[in-house]
Write a protein that binds this ligand. Structure first.
Ligand code: NAP
Ligand code: ZN
Length: 348
């Protein structure tokens, strides 16, 4: 066993505090990752506050992990000591079901083994990336392109793949208009990736505050949803919408932004359900689709794509001790555009 330091919530909604725990030793197919940075995803907050239900405590959140390989098991082939690696939202899956066989481990029929807030194959709780080290099977770790700054890579392991996967799945590219709703961690990656895929991107944000940022990130247009007339003016304008909003909002108004045959990609995971009118879909043969992160093969493809295009997340690096303030700021929409914890600040 490996004694490990991290930060945990002891119960739903509690402040995160220093926490020591044990991880499994490095098995033949495992690598030990010395964590350098971990991104702060809104999903960490939903789960630490038990907003989706079923959370288990103590909880060490964190599934946007980058670090350096510190140890390798005897049978490891993909990595060597000193390599830069990433670990995302899951660390194992059944490996035999039809989803796993297709490289869609996130849809594993038996349930993926999540990086935290779940249990491993022996029923032991998994702890996430707000910690100094993690042990993971080499098949579930990603190779980080060496050109990119590590702190900016961390959010790609969730925010990056969650937006890349559906944009690729639905064929978003040149000649398409794409609306990105909500300019936070996922939203700002959707703008960068959508643009790199060749789409013309418009950002929908609640206020006018992020207009300049949206342009800098690559959007050609911007709309404030709080402004009277926005939805009427832009009705039936877009081939695709990607919705990253973390709370209930008027889905019918947003669906009407789509042209006939347009596709609405929902990735934001509002804890409360949101009503959809049948007529928002049927009158214009619109599709409403969801998407969950991405499989290992596609996550590697996304990292390589970001390497080729020089894409990383816009980050604000924080010390571990500021995590509780960071959560409050995420909830206020006051993040430009991802907090990333510098694990060197974890202390002894
Ligand atoms: P985030 O950084 O907080 O961004 C969410 C954005 O939504 C905010 O920046 C804000 O954008 C907008 N927003 C927040 N509250 C709103 C409200 N009440 N009404 C309208 N807009 C609102 O969060 P994130 O880390 O990007 O995550 C976004 C959501 O995706 C979360 O629910 C998260 O759990 C989920 N998620 C899903 C997956 C998946 O696999 N599907 C993966 C990761 C995360 P503006 O300030 O621009 O309005
Ligand atoms: Zn996430």
């Amino acid at each position: 066993m490996l004694s490990t330091k991290g930060y945990a919530a002891q119960q739903a909604g509690a402040a995160l505090e220093p926490f020591s725990f044990e991880r499994r030793g490095v098995g033949p197919k495992d690598i030990l990752v010395q964590i350098r940075y971990c991104g702060v995803c809104h999903s960490d907050i939903h789960q630490a506050r038990d907003e989706w239900g079923g959370s288990i405590f103590p909880m060490v959140p964190g599934h946007e992990i980058v670090g350096t390989v510190g140890q390798v098991g005897a049978g490891v082939k993909k990595f060597k000591i000193g390599d830069s690696v990433g670990v995302g939202c899951f660390v194992d899956s059944c490996r035999t079901c039809t989803s796993c066989m297709k490289g869609l481990e996130q849809y594993c029929e038996k349930g993926m083994i999540v990086t935290y807030n779940g249990v491993d194959k022996n029923g032991q709780p998994n702890y996430g990336g707000y910690s100094n080290q993690i042990v993971v099977d080499e098949q579930y770790a990603l190779t980080v392109p060496d050109k990119l700054a590590l702190e900016g890579v961390a959010p790609l392991l969730c925010a990056g793949i969650t937006t890349y996967s559906p944009l690729r799945q639905w064929g978003v590219g040149k000649g398409h208009s794409l609306a990105v709703v909500g300019l936070g961690g996922l939203g700002h990656m959707a703008v960068k990736i959508g643009r790199a895929l060749g789409a013309e991107v418009t950002v929908f944000s609640r206020s006018d505050a992020k207009r300049e940022d949206a342009k800098r990130l690559g959007a050609i247009d911007y709309a404030a949803t709080s402004q009277e007339g926005t939805f009427t003016r832009l009705a039936r304008t877009f081939d695709f919408v990607i919705d990253t909003v973390s709370a209930p909002h008027d889905l019918n108004a947003h669906l009407d932004l789509l042209k006939t045959d347009g596709t609405y990609i929902l990735v934001g995971a509002s804890p409360e359900s949101i009503p959809v009118d049948a007529f928002s879909l049927i009158l214009r043969r619109r599709r409403l689709v969801g998407s969950l992160i991405g499989g290992i093969r596609e996550t590697q493809e996304m990292l390589d794509f970001c390497g080729e295009h020089g894409l990383t997340s816009d980050v604000e690096v924080i010390p571990m001790a500021q995590i509780n303030d960071a959560y409050e700021r995420v909830l206020k929409g006051d993040v430009r555009y991802r907090f990333v914890i510098d694990m060197a600040t974890l202390g002894n």
